[in-house]
Ligand binder design. Sequence first.
Ligand SMILES: [Zn+2]
Length: 101
Amino acid sequence: MRGQAPWICDNCGKKRESDVNHWAILIPETGAAVCILRIAKWDEGIAGCAGARHACGAECRNVLTERYFATGSFAIPKPAVVTYESRDVLDAALERARAVR
Ligand SMILES: [Zn+2]
């Protein structure tokens, strides 16, 4: 049970209204050697399972599933950070590429 706070889609942030029935719950299998994700039709009893994520429909369910399979996490991946060192390496490589032409 979850008191007054509504459930929120973990992809788009939409609030779950009481009259919708196309929500899904994604439950990652912990400790498995490969990514295993169980997907359940909405059920208040399992919506609060540890590690569970909530999706408002097929589109958000697919986004969360793809992200989990690609990264092993539901978190949105951060863009790669270009450090000064890697920028120097990149600049040097570009210089060499220009010199060859
Ligand atoms: Zn959503």
